[in-house]
Ligand binder design. Sequence first.
Ligand SMILES: Nc1ncnc2c1ncn2[C@@H]1O[C@H](COP(=O)(O)OP(=O)(O)OP(=O)(O)O)[C@@H](O)[C@H]1O
Ligand SMILES: [Mg+2]
Length: 310
Amino acid sequence: MGMSAIRPKPDLLDSDYREALAAYVAYGGEALLARGYELGRKALADGRSIPELVGVHSRALRTLASDDRGPREPGLLIDSAETFLAETLSPFEMTHRGYRDSLIAWRHINEMLEQEVRRIAHALHDDSGQLLVSVHLQLAALAREIPAAAPKIQECQQVLDQAEQQLRHLSHELRPMVLDDLGWLAAIEFLAAAVSGRTRIPVDVRSSITQRLPAPVETALYRVVQEALTNAARHSKASRIGIEIDQELDSLRCLISDDGVGFEVESCVRRGGLGLRGMRERLGALGGTLHIVSAPGQGAQIRFNLPLGR
Ligand SMILES: Nc1ncnc2c1ncn2[C@@H]1O[C@H](COP(=O)(O)OP(=O)(O)OP(=O)(O)O)[C@@H](O)[C@H]1O
Ligand SMILES: [Mg+2]
């Protein structure tokens, strides 16, 4: 195969753009300006970047400026070329705005979901809990009235106790009331103790900040740590798990590390469940970033940054 096979094709965008820019600079008007918009829209659809387009623009401008048939007045050339470039870039600007809007929508949806979860957790804990208590009282009265049935009734009471415990468990897992009452650090310590108690893996929590944070930040922090910790407990077979939280300028920095089996990050994120992806999106919606370092046999380090939002 000859070298010509890998020579890049002449870029049509360059010549199309030069032609459209020359026409607009020479004659002006909305119709010729709209060609800039069209070129920008097509470039965006073709996956071109803004720096690429700016390169195309400067090359076209240089050619035009050195053309004797070009406009006599350099100031005029620069002004109308700028208008044309802005028009070409406007589809990119709209995409960027759309992205920002969807981040805001994401944040709203998360807050709504969280409120809904909070409502269900409270209903489970308080309302259903109350119903069970009244069944308990009635069973006790019945046992007194019909002594012969007492052993059977006691069995019912034991099942009720279990149901009550499960309800309480479920409501705490859905949304621990500690999070609202005592804040993120207490909630994370609570969670760490629960996971550690269940798995027998020691979980060490260390934080150099303790102050309360805006509610959406506390929720995101808690949810991301919860997912990372649940993953470590479920998948890592680690002998210890650490959670460290520090402040860095206007952000908090968090590291959840384990010394377990590790994993192939790229492929696990791609084929994995909602966990890792959800973490990234939840953080992204608040301007935070996620960074995962792991490899088979190397343990895992989940790091993230989250603006404190004050
Ligand atoms: N700390 C860890 N140690 C070892 N493997 C991990 C760890 N964290 C994640 N993984 C791997 O990454 C995969 C993807 O994690 P992710 O949280 O996205 O999904 P999941 O935990 O399998 O399911 P879900 O979170 O949706 O219930 C996991 O299935 C697991 O193989
Ligand atoms: Mg998971």
